[in-house]
Design a protein around this ligand. Sequence first.
Ligand SMILES: NC(=O)C1=CN([C@@H]2O[C@H](COP(=O)(O)OP(=O)(O)OC[C@H]3O[C@@H](n4cnc5c(N)ncnc54)[C@H](OP(=O)(O)O)[C@@H]3O)[C@@H](O)[C@H]2O)C=CC1
Ligand SMILES: O=C(O)C1=N[C@H](C(=O)O)C[C@H](O)C1
Length: 266
Amino acid sequence: MGEVVRVAVNGATGRMGRVLVDLLRRDRRFDLVAAITAADAQEMGAPVAHGSQLRFTHDWAGVPTLDVVIDFSGPEGLQAALQHCLDSGAALVVGTTGVGDALEARLAQASRHLPLLRSANFSLGVAVLSRLLRQAAAALADWDLEILEAHHNRKEDAPSGTALLLGEAAAAGRGVALGEQVVFSREGRTGPREAGEIGFAVIRGGDIVGEHTAMLIGHGERLELAHRATDRGIFARGAIEAAHWLAGRPPGGYDLDAMLAERSGG
Ligand SMILES: NC(=O)C1=CN([C@@H]2O[C@H](COP(=O)(O)OP(=O)(O)OC[C@H]3O[C@@H](n4cnc5c(N)ncnc54)[C@H](OP(=O)(O)O)[C@@H]3O)[C@@H](O)[C@H]2O)C=CC1
Ligand SMILES: O=C(O)C1=N[C@H](C(=O)O)C[C@H](O)C1
């Protein structure tokens, strides 16, 4: 998009929202016109930064005309952002994970009416990791696959959206559907591991930003593909690039791979 892009951040007082607001305020390609948060957020009505005219709000009805919304709010906030985008025609970039089946279906339906780009992980490293894992899972089709993830102690969903995204990539590499192979926790299970399972293990603690390891385990050897995030800026920058790329596009469901492929001329 050539002109300045009018953007709103939903979930603006959160861990991701704050990084997004900070980056967008300094990015001349964008005009940050709204910073939406929860109705009961402590910061409600306060300026988004020292000296800024823009204040945190929960009032979608008062939001000026927008080109794109970036959502990192959680499932409830995402529903409101989606409705606003459907009503106004603004594009929607979704970072929120842990979305239930009903909202998943609404998002799929909505992508027929507005430009909508989703990724469970906006980092470049995870985009490459998922491609590598798809290849490795195909090449080592009979090796056992386990996906481990670790996050901070405030994270609400488990396993992470990224772990599921990696599971989908591996399953696609093997030509199967993830749902048929998935084992979320081995607690209570008896007997040996079944061939073809894709296992998930979850760690929560402290301030871990986000760590994912896919283990392909054979006999006498193991391949590990891992990504460790140490700075939320990687996700925020990816989502901002996605918002710039998405604004003004025709309605449709887009993903990060489409943006990266187009940008690299592929
Ligand atoms: N795709 C990606 O690359 C990444 C995705 N994520 C995902 O993004 C989401 C947010 O993560 P994170 O920033 O750590 O979470 P936080 O809980 O720190 O932030 C969420 C923010 O949304 C606000 N909020 C809650 N309800 C609403 C609502 N109805 N409308 C508007 N705002 C609302 C919260 O306010 P309050 O605190 O007052 O409740 C909070 O400020 C999660 O689903 C996470 O998994 C995170 C990092 C990267
Ligand atoms: O909640 C987080 O923090 C993160 N959530 C995303 C996920 O669920 O995969 C992405 C990243 O790992 C951080």
